[in-house]
Each structure stands twice: as structure tokens, then as C-alpha cells.
Design a protein around this ligand. Structure first.
Ligand code: VGL
Ligand code: ZN
Length: 200
């Protein structure tokens, strides 16, 4: 009770064979399905970009995984991924999507990337998730999914900053790990009081 499971971006493009594949991304799916049995409130997020999205390297004539300065700060440029309506943007077929109360799409604004389930990368534009959770009297968030060091990390930080008690099921995530991002994310989460735990 008062707890929600938030499953971040369990989509084809983040799994083996996808455009922005996270190593072994699909290997956590069965355990995420098991974890769903323990929660009443389940939220799925879905990275959902238009083809002209400003986080795509291809839209800047740049190489993926390089950095660019945006109005809201530094932004990593990614391969085209999770394009609205594409197979890559679909949830992985093994993920149980029947039990979720809410599917939250993010990253639709072509000008702003959105790692966090709460705010776009300008740290100001809200997704509405905070209000949804408050109305449901949710106090504790349990996060899992992809990727540990990007969307899970930023969702966890924002959740903690908003006053939720945040847990991350470490064994139900996988990291992209660009320039030590896994280590940095872990350190920042621990400093914030976010609890890194195992589900299994
Ligand atoms: C993600 C990079 C770009 C994620 C989404 O889900 O972690 N990472 N878009
Ligand atoms: Zn994305």
C-alpha cells in the first residue's frame, strides 16, 4: 500500500537488436513481471520521440554519443530511437503490460529530451506524474527498467527531490554506462538517500 512500481522504458530499442540497445536489457523482463505481482499500482513509461527529435544525432549531422549544448544545458546525442509508432518504440513483447494503471509517454516535445518520468530535461516542464501519484496517495516509489544510469537515474532523483521515498531495484535494471555514468549515477543516488536494493 502507498507504493508504486514504476517500470522505465522497457522497449524494443533498448533491448538486444534495438537502436539504442542496453547490454542484456531484455534479461530483466521476467523478474520485472514477477515484481509486478507484488504491487497494486504499476506505471509504465515509454520513451516516445518524433523523428525530428533534437536528441537524435542524425538531426544535427553529428555522431551519436557526442555532446551538444542546448538551451537547457548539455545534451548527449543518441542514435534515432523510440520513434513514435515504430516497432522500436513498442514495449518488449515479453513484458506484461496488462497490469499497469498508467502508461506515461515522454520525450514527445521535439525541442526537449526527457529522461525523467517527472520532468523534461529543462527540469521545469512536468509530465503530470507527480500529481497522479499524490492523488493516489503514493508515498514510496520502486523503480526498475532501462536504463539504470539515464532514465531510471533521473526519475529516481526527481522522485526523491519531490519528497517520495525512492527505491531502485538494482537487479531489475541495466546500464548504458557512457563515460562512467553508471558509477556517477550510483553515487548521486546514494547521496540523495535513494535506496538501491535487490528484488530477488
Ligand atoms: C534513455 C537515452 C535516451 C533511457 C532514453 O531510457 O534511459 N536513454 N532516451
Ligand atoms: Zn530517448
Amino acid at each position: 500500500m502507498n507504493s508504486a512500481l514504476i517500470i522505465i522504458d522497457m522497449q524494443n530499442d533498448f533491448c538486444t537488436g534495438g537502436a539504442l540497445a542496453v547490454k542484456d536489457g531484455e534479461k530483466i523482463i521476467q523478474c520485472i513481471n514477477d515484481a509486478q505481482k507484488e504491487f497494486k499500482t504499476i506505471i509504465l513509461t515509454q520513451d516516445w520521440h518524433p523523428q525530428e527529435h533534437s536528441s537524435f544525432a542524425s538531426n544535427h549531422g553529428a555522431e551519436p554519443y557526442t555532446n551538444i549544448e542546448m538551451e537547457y544545458g548539455s545534451q548527449i546525442l543518441w542514435p534515432d530511437h523510440c520513434v513514435q509508432g515504430s516497432t522500436g518504440a513498442n514495449f518488449h513483447r515479453d513484458l506484461n503490460t496488462n497490469k499497469s494503471d498508467l502508461i506515461l509517454r515522454k520525450g514527445s516535445n521535439p525541442k526537449i529530451d526527457s529522461y525523467s518520468a517527472f520532468f523534461e530535461n529543462d527540469k521545469n516542464t512536468t509530465t503530470g506524474l507527480e500529481g497522479y501519484l499524490i492523488k493516489k496517495d503514493i508515498k514510496r516509489l520502486y523503480l526498475c527498467g532501462l536504463a539504470f544510469d539515464y532514465c531510471v537515474f533521473y526519475s529516481a532523483l526527481d522522485g526523491a527531490n519531490l519528497g517520495f521515498e525512492v527505491f531502485v531495484f538494482k537487479d531489475l535494471t541495466k546500464a548504458i554506462d557512457l563515460n562512467d555514468s553508471k558509477k556517477t549515477a550510483k553515487k548521486s543516488m546514494i547521496e540523495k538517500g535513494i535506496k538501491l536494493i535487490n528484488f530477488s
